[in-house]
Design a protein around this ligand. Structure first.
Ligand code: NG6
Ligand code: CA
Length: 504
């Protein structure tokens, strides 16, 4: 039946109003920032006043999990809503890895785009670029980029600051490209005559490696991988946070009329930690503490910019991290020596790379003055895999069955309007073994590999050849394995993991 014209007309202004009311969305992902690294999560040897104030005026979730204890698989899950264990090639990517997410996969950016948002990826990327590994045209246009994954704009680091190429990529091309210094990149061989950290330690004026990271030297710091050229396009580590912030604000400024979605990823607090000079000497924990301060500064720049433009009240900001913390991750930055009583993983055992909780438990703060609860702490179990479905729901976008198929909608809980939680959260350790967390328990599947990682620093893996089960309601620190005492519970969690694993 045709609707009378008057009712159609009456509906129009409402639609227009609804359109305008869509909040801007910023998903701000720190790198290697631990559960215990923010003062609103208990840190006392470093202070993060801006993040603390968002937490105090928003929702602070205390039981949130990344899907992996390293970056690439964790970010893969957050953007696609698919567990990284379903696909090979989702492990920590080289700087010249081809694009890991397939262009036909639906990402959270695609969904936001469908909802009418302008979309951007800014900062650390680490999910590959180009259609083929080692075949990117760093001197021309890269053929497969975040643009093919639903992002209108990108200004990114291909991988991490410790991996070449040490340049930003803006909309498929090296930003600030210097034609007088053509760029070559290899993860197999060095370029003739180019110094390396291994052969030319005298050129390491800023940081020395503690393990690995002894290949090409850029800005007095040796990296993973080899590169030649770059010239004016090479980044200065001390200015990475500033570059990320200025491009984020630039994107905000160019999208004042439409709602925007920004996936904003800091380089902090990943290695090499070389924050801006203005933070030097400011933390008792040295460079790692200063990198945490710089992370808080980044949040401050963004929130100030929103406020100055009068859009802070209708912007939803989610602050989280891609995986747990690490102290010595390959450079002699004295993170271990200066840590003192600080607990980067809070109450949890181990950190980055590990199957223990420290590997995947992450801070998660939701701030949106017009839409989220204020000053609430939630212990609802959650997972970053739910980003696509939750933001799609917030934006009224319907998901097709094949899209983001591991992702569930938990937006009401994230906004503090509900206490409904996930039944389980699954994470993948760096050897791809899986863990399953429920509100009270943690199951770690059996796997090969010793109790400590096999390179460099002392990090507990949590790997054992036998299944492990811990009661986290008794102690957050996984110490007493109750697998033998609770065979039925163990079986139930194993079955659940098996179902999810075989499910899709
Ligand atoms: C490791 C690197 C480490 C870090 C990590 C990835 C060595 C010895 N260690 O292989 O420094 O780059 O990969 O970190 O090379 S992540 O947070 O991006 O996953
Ligand atoms: Ca990381």
């Amino acid at each position: 039946m045709l609707k009378p014209l008057t009712s159609l007309l009456a509906a129009l202004p409402l639609c227009a109003a609804a359109q305008q009311l869509k909040p801007n969305i910023i998903v701000l992902v720190a790198d290697d920032l631990g559960y215990g690294d923010l003062s609103c999560y208990g840190a006392t040897r470093v202070s993060t006043p801006t993040v603390d104030s968002l937490a105090a005026n928003g929702v602070r979730m205390t039981n949130m999990h990344a899907c992996a204890s390293t970056s690439t698989p964790s970010r893969y899950a957050l953007l696609t809503g698919e567990y990284p264990f379903r696909r090979t090639g989702t492990d920590v990517a080289a700087g010249n890895a081809g694009m890991i997410i397939k262009p036909d996969q639906t990402t959270v950016a695609d969904l936001m785009h469908r909802a009418g948002y302008a979309t951007a990826a800014i900062g650390k990327w680490h999910l590959g670029l180009g259609s083929r590994t080692a075949a990117q045209d760093w001197n021309g246009t890269i053929d497969l980029t975040p643009r093919d994954l639903g992002f209108d704009y990108h200004y990114i680091m291909a991988a991490t600051a410790d991996r070449v190429p040490c340049v930003y990529i803006e909309n498929g091309r090296v930003a600030n490209y210097d034609a007088s210094a053509p760029i070559s990149v290899s993860y197999q061989y060095n370029f003739e005559g180019e110094p390396t950290g291994r052969n030319n330690p005298e050129l390491l004026t800023k940081l020395r490696p503690s393990h690995g990271h002894d290949m090409s030297i850029v800005n007095g710091i040796s990296r993973i991988g080899y590169m030649k050229g770059g010239g004016r396009a090479l980044w200065r580590d001390e200015s990475i946070a500033d570059s990320i912030v200025s491009h984020a604000i630039g994107f905000i400024d160019s999208h004042r009329a439409t709602p925007f979605f920004m996936y904003l990823c800091t380089n902090d607090v990943h290695v090499p930690r070389m924050p801006h000079e203005r933070f030097r000497g400011k933390s008792v924990m040295g460079l790692r503490g200063e990198a945490i301060m710089q992370f808080d500064w980044t949040v401050r720049q963004i929130t100030d910019a929103l406020r100055q433009r009068g859009i802070d009240r209708n912007t939803l900001i989610i602050i989280t991290s891609d995986n747990g913390p690490v102290l010595d991750d390959g450079y002699q930055d004295r993170a271990i020596e200066l840590c003192g009583t600080h607990k980067p993983s809070g109450p949890y055992r181990s950190g980055k790379y590990s199957a223990y909780e420290g590997g995947s438990a992450v801070p998660f703060i939701v701030y949106w003055p017009e839409g989220a609860a204020q000053g609430m702490t939630s212990d609802a179990l959650g997972s970053l895999i739910d980003m696509p479905a939750s933001l799609a729901s917030l934006s009224d976008v319907a998901l097709q069955p094949a899209e983001a198929h591991d992702s569930q909608n938990h937006i009401s809980t994230w906004l503090g309007r509900d206490t409904r939680q996930r039944d389980y959260a699954i994470s993948m350790a760096s050897n791809r073994s899986l863990t399953l967390r429920t509100q009270h328990y943690k199951y770690i599947s059996p796997s090969d590999g010793g109790p400590m990682i096999t390179w460099g620093p002392k990090i507990e893996t949590g790997y054992r050849p036998t299944p492990q089960l811990y009661d986290l309601s008794k102690s957050a620190y996984e110490q007493t394995d109750i697998a033998k005492e609770r065979p039925k519970l163990l079986q139930r969690l194993q079955r659940l993991l098996g179902e999810v694993r075989g499910g899709k």
